[in-house]
Design a protein around this ligand. Structure first.
Ligand code: AMP
Ligand code: GLY
Length: 420
């Protein structure tokens, strides 16, 4: 098969790494990719949110299967353009990707099926939103309805912070994503992510993970896209996962199908778990980044078979072959991230790292220059290891981190602390 992956981060590097190991993969192209991906696939420049351009590329290069990594092409309807042309594609339609692209849409689906989630109000003007916040009090959570690159959620511990968030959102901080706002009850508990392949009819769980959203050790400092992750997540026990499946995920999938917008792709359910009871925080219509890196390391080559079965609506015929393993990834970011940082510093020591089925350095934001591999973005490397227990996976990952010579970068020293 000729396979095209859309995206350029650590998520896409790990997808490419797993896919390339499967003998079904003859040729692998990633658009646009990065310097790490270029070592295992052909990287091409392509406007990945332009469905027509992607389709043209697919036809010209005899691509048999397209895997869409990030949310932007999904929200732009790239999967729709491909499916309409009978191109096999992994990723939900624009209508189904609304589960990520609109917080209010997801809340209304939860209402329709009675899925446990935070109580909420939905507002299109500042004054009524403020009135609601005054009525409910703090802590309270203010969310821009649309896609805001992971920055549209303010967990307000004080009334003042909530009101300020509302002023900013209605003042245009997130553009059109913030012209509608969802205000939610603050949920207490431990958060974990559940990843489920959905083919429109059937579902198949492919793993659990926990990430670390804050920039600093001990979960302090500003929010980021994720500074590290591990899988499996102990808090998402079999019993909790089963509950989430029957009370949240399957009803959501049934409702999407009933509305004529069946969901096909990976569903990433962010759950808040308290006393063994899961409630939905949010859905994403894609793999998490860096959660995907630990999932791919655990699944390996079979990931491609599972993604194809999902796209071909054959999930009821496949199963996951689990090993009793644990994977952990440490994100190395440019100094200053998630604030301002500079691109272009040279990263040394990469050649000394192992590249095995249980030790990989996935590239999240790198470029090749004459001086070597350089940083290109906030999150730059995902140092990932797999072992028979989490402590060993963590020791191996940090052992790899120690080999990297990059004074302009940093990482958290405590990934996995909650579980260890
Ligand atoms: P989201 O983009 O919806 O995942 O929100 C980002 C983060 O905000 C989540 O991962 C949670 O840590 C936090 N969060 C979102 N909604 C709530 C809520 N209702 N209660 C508590 N924390 C929340
Ligand atoms: N790591 C969080 C996300 O991918 O949304």
């Amino acid at each position: 098969m000729n396979i095209l992956i859309l995206g350029s981060g650590g998520r896409e590097h790990s997808l490419a790494w797993a896919v390339a190991q499967n003998p079904k993969c003859d040729r692998l192209i990633v658009a646009p990719g990065n310097a790490g991906i270029a070592k295992i696939a052909d990287c091409v420049s392509l406007d990945i949110v332009d469905g027509v351009a992607v389709l043209e590329f697919v036809l010209k290069n005899a691509i048999d299967f397209v895997i869409i990594g990030p949310e932007a092409p999904l929200a732009a309807g790239v999967a729709d353009v491909l499916r309409a042309a009978d191109v096999l594609c992994f990723g939900p339609s624009q209508a189904a990707a609304k589960l990520e692209a609109s917080k209010f849409f997801t809340k209304s689906i939860c209402d329709a099926v009675g899925a446990p989630t935070a109580g909420y109000g939905h507002f299109t003007n500042l004054q009524s939103a403020k009135d609601y916040v005054y009525k409910m009090g703090a802590p309270i959570v203010v969310k821009a309805d649309g896609l805001a690159a992971g920055k549209g959620v303010i967990v307000a511990m004080t009334l003042q912070a909530a009101l300020e968030a509302l002023e900013n959102m209605f003042g245009g901080e997130f553009g059109s994503a913030g012209t509608e706002v969802v205000i939610e009850e603050f949920m207490d508990g431990e958060e974990a992510s559940y990843f489920i392949l959905c083919d429109g009819t059937d579902v198949l769980a492919i793993g659990t993970a926990q990430d670390h959203k804050r920039a600093g050790d001990g979960d302090t400092g500003p929010n980021t896209g994720g500074m590290g992750a591990y899988s499996p997540a102990a808090v998402l026990s079999d019993a909790v996962a089963e509950k989430a499946m029957t009370e949240i995920i399957k009803p959501t999938m049934a409702e999407m199908a009933r509305r004529g917008t069946p969901y096909q792709g990976v569903l990433y359910a962010g759950l808040m778990i308290k006393d063994g009871v899961p409630r939905l925080v949010e859905y994403n219509a894609r793999f998490g980044d860096p959660e995907c890196q630990v999932l791919m390391m655990r699944l390996g080559a079979q990931a491609l078979d599972l993604l194809i079965a999902c796209a071909e609506e054959r999930l009821s015929h496949v199963k996951v072959n689990w090993a009793e393993d644990h994977a952990l990834t440490v994100v190395m970011a440019a100094n200053g991230y998630p604030g301002t940082y500079t691109d272009g510093s040279v990263i040394g020591g990469l050649d000394a790292l192992p590249t095995t089925s249980s030790n990989m350095c996935f590239h999240a934001g790198t470029a090749q220059s004459d001086a070597g591999i350089t940083a290109q973005g906030g999150r730059v490397l995902n140092i990932t290891a797999r072992a028979s227990n989490l402590a060993e996976a963590r020791a191996q990952a940090y052992g790899m981190v120690d080999k990297i010579d990059w004074p302009e970068g940093f990482c958290r020293q405590d990934i996995g602390w909650r579980a260890l």
